[in-house]
Design a protein around this ligand. Structure first.
Ligand code: HEC
Length: 347
């Protein structure tokens, strides 16, 4: 009896420590708008005065990304000045862990050289980059940013309307948060300092903001099922979802006809948020079959056990918290973000 009481006591204390530990972890209230679902950054190469730049080049640092143009009369300069002030609110060691990247949506006028000069008016370490119209469109649509080139005036000058938020990308290359234009530099510093001090695992980023109840569990994936699933995946799914399950980088963007590109099925997508039964249904019945781009039905091609093997293989790419969540061992209660979506500024 005494032993049982002792055991129960130990379990209780562990639970208290765990819950308390996670509470203090999620105690920071972000001023930026936390994305309910972080997005892996698209692998786009842009040009700067120092040569080609890719966002992946800054893996290990936080990135502040801003879309604008150098002839911008007020919004861009105030945003860049605000970012500079937010960085000066950090220690030099902390600030060195943040890379600022200014991407011009006006490549016709903003050469990489002109951009380099422009950003250095604010801080030497800032990077200014741009790309072809197509690269810029891919990138802005991936980040949910918008812009519009206005009519030329008699002198051939034109203004550009563009979204004015600052995008924050974490050390692992995930877009996790955005700062609305009106975020003060002090508030931005606080969020940056928190993210610099607290290494958030990817799963925790997904859960950033929301509170959650973790329960330790062990999901065992049978190695032979994972292997079999991999073979089946490569033969039936890889042509759309990618050999590495990364999906199409623009999977979150809705196309004009309402269809979506194939999403990732690994830990960067949202497949882990479905129950086992829902996944089976999606794979057997397909989804949005009436749309030009859709998930085909596999009920006449794959046997039930084959579908299950493929799902096991998908799970081998998820992290432990995602597995816990999918198996119902962990709950997720997202907090509504209070900050409204920033509007496109009027010219
Ligand atoms: C012809 C291309 C194509 C093939 C082949 C394909 N898919 Fe898909 N799949 C899609 C598209 C497109 C979507 C998104 C559909 C939508 O949301 O309307 C999708 C969605 C999904 C989803 C939902 C994921 C989410 O996060 O919402 C799952 C799960 C999935 N596919 C699994 C598979 C599996 C497993 C296979 C192989 C057996 C497979 N797909 C083969 C195109 C394909």
């Amino acid at each position: 009896m005494k032993r049982l009481a002792l055991l129960l006591g130990v379990i209780l204390i562990s639970i208290v420590i765990m819950v308390f530990g996670y509470r203090s972890f999620s105690s920071h209230k972000f001023s930026g708008e936390v994305l309910q679902q972080p997005m892996k950054i698209p692998p786009i190469v842009l040009r700067s005065d120092a040569g080609p730049v890719r966002l992946e080049d800054f893996h290990g640092k936080l990135i502040l990304l801003y879309f604008g143009y150098t002839s911008c009369p007020d919004i861009c300069p105030t945003s860049l000045a605000n970012i500079k002030m937010a960085l000066s609110g950090l220690t030099p060691e902390e600030a060195a862990q943040v890379q600022v990247v200014f991407v011009s949506v006006d490549p016709a006028r903003d050469t990489p050289e002109a951009l380099g000069k422009y950003v250095k008016l604010f801080q030497d370490e800032f990077i200014g980059a741009t790309g072809t119209r197509e690269e810029i469109d891919l990138m802005t649509s991936a980040f949910g940013a918008k812009y519009k080139l206005n009519e030329h005036d008699a002198n051939g000058n034109y203004s550009v309307d563009h979204t004015s938020f600052t995008i924050l990308i974490d050390r692992n290359g995930y877009y996790i948060l955005k700062f609305p234009h009106e975020t003060t530099s002090t508030k931005m510093s606080e969020d940056l300092r928190y993210l610099i001090k607290n290494e958030m695992p990817i799963s925790a980023q997904i859960l950033a903001g929301p509170t959650y109840t973790p329960v330790v569990c062990a999901v065992t994936l049978i190695p032979s099922h994972v292997d079999g699933g991999e073979w089946l995946y490569q033969h039936h799914c890889a042509q759309c979802h990618g050999a590495d399950m990364a999906g199409n980088p623009a999977w979150q963007t809705e196309l004009q006809d309402g269809s979506h590109f194939p999403p990732p099925l690994n830990q960067t997508g949202s497949a882990w948020q479905y129950s086992e039964q829902d996944l089976i249904n999606i794979i057997k019945e397909g989804r949005n079959l009436d749309k030009p781009i859709h998930m085909p039905a596999f009920k006449s091609t794959l046997a039930n056990w084959e579908v299950k093997f493929i799902i096991t293989y998908m799970k081998s790419k998820w992290d432990i918290n995602q597995l816990n969540y999918q198996h119902g061992f962990m709950t997720l209660t997202p907090q509504a973000t209070s900050t409204p979506a920033p509007a496109i500024p009027s010219p």
